[in-house]
Design a protein around this ligand. Structure first.
Ligand SMILES: [Mn+2]
Length: 359
């Protein structure tokens, strides 16, 4: 779907100084999608006082004509970057701003012909604030994810392999309308649940296992990301229940803390401090959350080092504290939160968070 990208080139131009001869060349495909609506796999966007141009190749001639409305589409000849360099030369532009994520070989070619400088996160910062159209797509991505989980849950029982659950999940995500699964679904059970990024294996679920399921869906290019941890009924569950309660409390402490003007580090500290004071600080080794949008991991990052990141209305990110104890297992509870117009955190994910025990 072509989202509200129509005004984004204009607002980027309005917010940056316009000097003669200067241009900004955007090469990150997700940033291009955000700025133009283009969903293909090859493109570059030039924004300048001499005009705005979207470059792609002949494979995307029809698609780009359909998707890109906010600037002129130019179909390149072979040698994509050579073509763009010639084109920029003709426009009499000489100072080119590049994204620092550009491939080095492309950077080297452009810098042979022009004075180049690089920028970090210019478009990524704009992307961290979602508009109403984007929020709708993210909400639908969450609905698809939650609906898939709800139907897969009936399938989770002792004797089923992690891989079979992950496969079933991905099938359901596709049935719900997800075109691009944002990341491989994680299903990790028993001791393996203590590995935060475990890949689903042939291990069968057993009595007493904690089962971490971390999955995402997509809608219109926008992703969702969430995690639930289940418990298979069995023996010796006290400590597993205890760490579940601690993680759940940390999740809700961080979620309730969300407020415009606070830093990412302060939100992280709400979760981390809660786990630390329960005595499990050393078992929570990753950040508290990350932005979710056109990328499944994007700005803002909610971590102990995010002292310069200030929360603003429209930011969407995960809150995902966890405790991982080698030999015992792990618990992670991941929700998505939006900073509302009122400036507080509003939970976007809706699946229950209380520990569910499977009999
Ligand atoms: Mn996540």
């Amino acid at each position: 779907m072509v989202n509200g990208s129509g005004n984004r080139i204009k607002s980027l131009k309005d917010s940056s100084p316009k000097k003669k001869g200067n241009a900004f060349l955007i090469t990150n495909l997700r940033n291009i999608r955000y700025m133009t609506g283009f969903t293909g796999s090859n493109g570059a966007l030039l924004i300048s006082g001499a005009g705005d141009f979207f470059f792609t190749d002949f494979r995307y001639k029809e698609q780009s004509a359909e998707e890109v409305k906010s600037c002129e589409v130019v179909i390149s000849k072979k040698d994509f970057f050579g073509f763009i360099i010639k084109f920029i030369n003709k426009l009499n532009l000489w100072k080119i701003l590049l994204e620092d994520t550009i491939q080095y070989k492309d950077y080297a070619r452009v810098s042979k012909h022009f004075t180049v400088s690089t920028t970090t996160d210019l478009v990524e910062n704009l992307r961290s604030i979602k508009d109403q159209d984007e929020l709708k797509l993210i909400k639908e991505a969450i609905r698809r994810a939650e609906s898939a989980f709800t139907s897969v849950k009936a399938f989770i029982k002792p004797g089923i392999t992690e891989r079979a659950i992950a496969n079933r999940m991905e099938e359901k995500l596709k049935q719900e309308g997800t075109e691009a699964i944002p990341f491989d679904t994680i299903v990790a059970s028993g001791k393996r649940s203590a590995l935060p990024h475990a890949r689903p294996s042939e291990k069968k679920l057993q009595r007493g296992d904690l089962v971490v399921v971390d999955w995402g869906a997509e809608c219109g290019g926008y992703f969702s990301d969430m995690t639930r941890t289940l418990l298979i009924n069995g023996e010796g569950l006290d400590k597993k229940r205890e760490i579940y309660d601690i993680v759940l409390r940390a999740n809700s402490m961080a979620t309730r803390k969300v407020k415009t003007g606070l830093t990412g580090a302060e939100i992280d500290d709400a979760a981390r401090g809660s786990i630390r004071s329960a005595g499990y600080g050393e078992y929570f080794g990753h950040g508290t959350g990350h932005g979710v949008g056109l990328d499944v991991h994007e700005k803002p990052y909610i971590s102990a080092t995010a002292t310069k990141l200030t929360l603003s209305s429209g930011m969407v990110f995960t809150i995902e504290p966890g405790i991982y104890i080698p030999g015992l297992g792990g618990v992670r509870i991941e929700d998505m939160v939006v900073v509302s117009g009122e400036g507080t955190g509003e939970k976007m994910t809706t699946l229950p968070e209380e520990l569910e025990t499977i009999w």
